[in-house]
Write a protein that binds this ligand. Structure first.
Ligand SMILES: C[S@@+](CC[C@H](N)C(=O)[O-])C[C@H]1O[C@@H](n2cnc3c(N)ncnc32)[C@H](O)[C@@H]1O
Length: 277
């Protein structure tokens, strides 16, 4: 597999992906193992101190706007602890037969199951990069901010796995944070500049998430496009759009989480909508 525009050197050993070797000198703090880091975050604060974009119905509407109403099987890798999207899918897509929700954090899955369970939902522990269409390929894969490892290689493995589990003609929908949004916000907002100060490495698309204690890669659109091509998708630049989190729901969240009161500022991300050909 030829990697184009690789951010970090290819790791020879899969197990070493979580050693954040690539830009460790840039940021003050790092933890060795991302999976443990996620577990710790979920155990400590139930993910309540982090923006959860699917808490906004408008976002769920936007995410699913290209989804065929007859869709039967959806996979949500890295589903996390807040099952808003699952609930939205079950309520709005009556032909759904199965929604497979995977995450490598048992704690996240336990929290999600506890707040919303349904006969059509399957919660399973799985590393996204290892997914296989064991029990039948999916009509749609929906990724919401769950492919943002500090390891470029792991992210690429995850996107390849998403391609693997999709049936021919199946739809990939994904939300991806963009480092350029962090750059913008840190330069415009005094509240956020403090939070983001010294945490952004633009060239490597890397952001140090202070609250979560993790380095994360927030890809820029051209990089995303290359990575999707590499994974086997026939993606055009038009398949990558911008989604803005600017509803009243988010204004409340920005105030609660960041003390941010400016109604003209919002976080935006890239939304990828592409079919497996
Ligand atoms: C930022 S949270 C987003 C959670 C959820 N999608 C949401 O929107 O609230 C990222 C999630 O991805 C999961 N995750 C990250 N890398 C993963 C991997 N390689 N395999 C499985 N889950 C992963 C984390 O455990 C975490 O639950």
């Amino acid at each position: 597999m030829t990697h184009r525009f690789l951010i970090s050197e290819p790791e020879t050993n899969y197990a070493s992906y979580s050693e954040f070797g690539t830009i460790e000198s840039s940021f003050p703090l790092k933890r060795k193992n991302e999976k443990d880091c996620w577990e710790k975050n979920y155990l400590e604060n139930y993910y309540d101190e982090v923006l959860n974009v699917t808490g906004c119905q408008r976002v769920n509407q936007r995410i699913t706007q290209c989804l065929d109403p007859t869709v039967q099987r959806v996979h949500i890798p890295g589903c996390g602890s807040k099952p808003h999207l699952q609930r939205y899918l079950i309520e709005n897509f009556p032909n759904l037969d199965k929604v497979i929700c995977t995450d490598w954090s048992e704690t996240a899955l336990t929290l999600a199951r506890r707040s919303f369970d349904h006969p059509k939902l399957v919660y399973q522990q799985a590393d996204t990069s290892q997914l296989n269409p064991d029990d039948g390929p999916c009509d749609c894969v929906i990724v919401v901010n769950s492919i943002l490892s500090a390891s470029d290689i792991l992210n690429r493995q995850m996107i390849r796995a998403c391609h693997r589990v999709l049936k021919q003609g199946g739809l990939f929908i994904g939300l991806f944070p963009d480092v350029l949004c962090s750059v913008e916000l840190s330069s415009i907002s005094s509240e956020l500049s403090e939070l983001l100060d010294g945490t952004i490495d633009v060239g490597k698309n890397m952001v140090y998430e202070r609250r979560q204690g993790m380095n994360q890669i927030f890809y820029t659109p051209l990089r995303l496009k290359q990575i999707f091509i590499e994974a086997g998708f026939e993606i055009k630049f038009d398949h990558i759009q911008r989604i803005a989190f600017d509803s009243p729901f988010f204004q409340g969240e920005y105030l609660r989480l960041y003390g941010l009161q400016d109604p003209d500022l919002c976080i935006w991300e890239n939304i990828v909508e592409v079919k497996k050909s």
